[in-house]
Each structure stands twice: as C-alpha cells, then as structure tokens.
Design a protein around this ligand. Structure first.
Ligand SMILES: NC(=O)c1ccc[n+]([C@@H]2O[C@H](COP(=O)([O-])OP(=O)(O)OC[C@H]3O[C@@H](n4cnc5c(N)ncnc54)[C@H](O)[C@@H]3O)[C@@H](O)[C@H]2O)c1
Length: 269
C-alpha cells in the first residue's frame, strides 16, 4: 500500500521520500512502482519521459528523520495501534510543526494514533483504497482535534493527485468499510444459508444489482485474511453480528485460501 501511495505522489509531481524498515524492502517498493509505470508506458497511458521524471522524484530512506522537510507524511505501516503510535510520536518530533501527518489506517482509531503526538490537530486519516494508483477514492477522516487547515490540506493534496477525496469523521470503517464489510459478509452467509454457488452469487449481483464485480470475486481480490481482519475490527468496535467474519471465510483463511494472492479463494487463479 505504501508503494502505491508513493506512486500516486510522484506521478502528481511531488518530490517524495519513501521510508521502509530496510533498504531491501525500499528497493522492492521502488521496483513495484517502476513496474507499474513501465507497464503504463507500454499501454500508452504515460510517456517514457513522464515515467522517468516520476521515478526521479522518489528517494528512499530507512530513517524517519529524513522526512523532516516534508509538508505531508502519509503513514502506511502494519495495522497495529502500538506501532502506529510509536511512528507518530517520532514523526511529531522530527517533522516541521506545520507538516500534516496522515494515517492510511483502515480500522484503527485516528484519534488514538493522534494522541501519541503533542500536536493532534495536525493528524488526519487519509484512507486510500487498494490499489492506490488505480482506485480514485480517498477518505479524509477528521478527529475532534483535527484542524480545518490539516483536513483541507489533505483533501487538496488528494484532489491535485487526481483522486476523489471525501470528508468523513473518525468513526469505525469510515464510510465505505462501514457499509461494505457487513454487506460482503451477508453475501457470504447467503452462499451457505441458501446453498448458492459463488459463480451464481457473482452473476446475480453484477447483473441484478449492477455491481462492477461480484462479491466473491471482490473478496478474493481484497484477500480473505484482510477482509476477515477488517470484519473482526469493525465487529469489535460496533458489535453488530453481521460485522463478524462468516465461518466460511475463517475456514478459508485457516486453509491458506486467501484469494488471488494465494492462487485460490472462492475461485482458482
Ligand atoms: N491492503 C489494503 O487493501 C489496504 C487498504 C487501505 C488501507 N490499508 C492500510 O495500509 C496500512 C498498511 O497495510 P498493507 O496492506 O500495505 O500492509 P503491508 O504488510 O503490505 O505493509 C506494511 C508495511 O509496514 C512496514 N513495517 C513493518 N514493520 C514495521 C515497523 N516496525 N516500523 C515501520 N514499518 C514497518 C512493512 O515493511 C511494510 O512496508 C495498514 O494500516 C492498512 O490498514 C491497507
């Protein structure tokens, strides 16, 4: 996700510092960006010069202190509250006082992350959707402490990057996941309750409800483990039974059938 967000940044003309925990992981992220941009040139979506210029805007580091001059920092480390709080406390110390600090968290509380800083007014959520260079939506989540200036800066940055930002509050699941997670879980439960095949479910929802992709294909794309984790997080916060991961998904996760990335999920890839 971090590499995808860095790609959005360099493609929209910003000098960008990508921070990873090791040089090797940083290079892997750069290679991912290179691969997508090169494919873009082959498909005629951008010119060779635009690709070269975008890649030249990316520098890599393993030190958070190298983010000292950034106007905006978008954090996308593992989805663990303690880790994010540690990273934000350090960012708060090393960045300029007017820099906006954003978290790409899907399911954690932005307020709890911001509370690790001395300046929670400059902390906002910037929730991208995977893959970040392709999907237009960015949810800009404000906490009760976020300043209007920080929210506006994050919104304007996303808009200038060609995204479709929306403003929302720091509530569980923000807008999309609050609705989509229980809805996808309903679809999976119907498979078993009504003995429906995944192919028929997907055909029904694409042709009858106008979904661009069926729910089973979508969960395979998201990753069974990612969806189960997000369901558990939302259920833990709001407690609606529909939010808890369906038994079938937990079984698939235990069997290592994680969707596209593992070669099998509802479908075989
Ligand atoms: N994958 C998605 O679909 C998606 C969508 C929206 C938001 N997000 C959010 O993005 C964030 C990252 O998710 P991801 O799916 O890219 O996970 P990932 O596991 O692919 O990436 C996590 C990153 O954290 C780094 N990391 C690991 N240990 C670290 C440490 N101790 N200190 C600093 N960095 C460390 C890793 O090197 C890696 O770059 C999470 O907050 C997640 O909720 C993910």
């Amino acid at each position: 996700m971090g590499a995808g967000i860095a790609q959005v940044s360099v493609q929209s003309g910003h000098d960008t510092v990508g921070r990873e925990v090791t040089d090797e992981l940083g290079e892997r992220g750069r290679a991912t960006i290179d691969r997508y941009l090169t494919r873009g040139v082959e498909k005629g979506r951008l010119s060779q010069e635009e690709r070269d210029a975008a890649l030249a805007r990316l520098t890599l580091t393993t030190e958070l202190s190298d983010l000292a001059d950034c106007d905006l920092v978008i954090e996308a480390v593992l989805e663990e509250l303690d880790l994010k709080r540690e990273v934000f406390a350090e960012l708060d110390r090393v960045t300029r006082p007017d820099a906006v600090l954003a978290t790409n968290t899907s399911a954690l509380s932005v307020s709890e992350i911001a509370a690790a800083t001395q300046h929670p007014e400059r902390v906002v959520g910037m929730h991208f959707f995977n893959p970040a260079p392709v999907l237009p939506l960015v949810e800009i989540a404000r906490t009760p402490d976020s300043s209007e200036a920080a929210v506006d800066a994050a919104y304007a940055w996303a808009e200038r990057a060609g995204k479709q930002p929306v403003r929302c509050n720091d509530t569980p699941g923000f807008i999309v996941n609050r609705i989509l997670i229980p809805l996808l879980n309903d679809c999976v439960r119907v498979l078993d309750e009504a003995d429906v095949h995944p192919e028929d479910m997907d055909k029904a929802m694409t042709n009858g409800a106008g979904w661009p992709m069926g729910p089973c294909a979508l969960i395979d794309l998201i990753g069974i483990d990612v969806h189960v984790h997000a369901s558990e997080a939302l259920h833990g916060k709001l407690g609606e039974p529909r939010m808890a991961p369906p038994e079938r998904l937990v079984r698939m996760q235990d069997e290592g059938r994680l969707g596209r990335k593992s070669g099998s999920g509802f479908y075989t890839y």
